[in-house]
Design a protein around this ligand. Sequence first.
Ligand code: SF4
Length: 297
Amino acid sequence: MVTCPFGAIMDKSEIYQLVEAFKGEDEVCAIIAPAFVGQFGDKVSADQVVEGLLQLGFDDVREVAYGADITAVDEARHFLKNVPIDQPFLATSCCPAWLKVAQKELGDKAYCVSDSLSPMVETANYLRKQFPKTRIVMIGPCSAKKYEAAYMDPNQNVNFVLTYEEINAMFIARGIDLVTLIPSHTLNHASVDGRGFAISGGVLSAVENVIKRLDPDRVIKVERAETLHSCRKMLLMAKAGRKDGYLLEGMACPGGCVGGAGTIIHPTKATSNVTNFARSSDKASALKTYAEFKNQD
Ligand code: SF4
């Protein structure tokens, strides 16, 4: 979709369905993936984006990085329990494009791909329990998440998926000038770990951080790949037994989600923005979010 010079490959837009949802009686909640920081202009703060979404018609805005924290703790526990005794390595699973390729390339080792829920699904399922009637809208950098929501998990609770590009088109159409808005909310749902998922290496770092806290003596080997070409090479090595004992992270897009098909700014700039946003969290570890999640469960 990104590289086709003729624009012959398109994703399916759900802008119309979202506008209809705004007109309906049910509340509509946005869940926004952490690569959003800086996507809507250099001078637009994260909180101004939230304010813009509220003015667009959303009733609430939550961080997908909240679900990423839960995923990180799940994968850390899975690794500690199963690698290397029950499985030779663990591959992360939050990128749906990587996940599909990994399941295909690994053959009889496909069971080594994590079965943890993705951050998007984890966040949506959590909200669905609290607010059974709310319409849940994923806003992210990713066209593959549209596929994930539609086909990969029949039990997930995301109603629509829109990219930053599509939301930006809606801001422009409604004449919402984000830089002039005075924020009324601050995002504070997620930890440094969960917000870092948007950057290549961020999932590894989050899971590693949790492992270090749960089992400080455990030494783990990690490797990551970005772009499907590099992911395939890593998977072939894993299938051949050359990555035993490893935690493997794959991201389909260059630089990770900051390079997703629905982003607006350059991945290098987005990486710096996300890093600063992650560091601004007052939760130092995904385990803090996980403890709150379990208390409310
Ligand atoms: S790396 Fe790309 S395809 Fe994978 S989840 Fe992120 S944006 Fe989507």
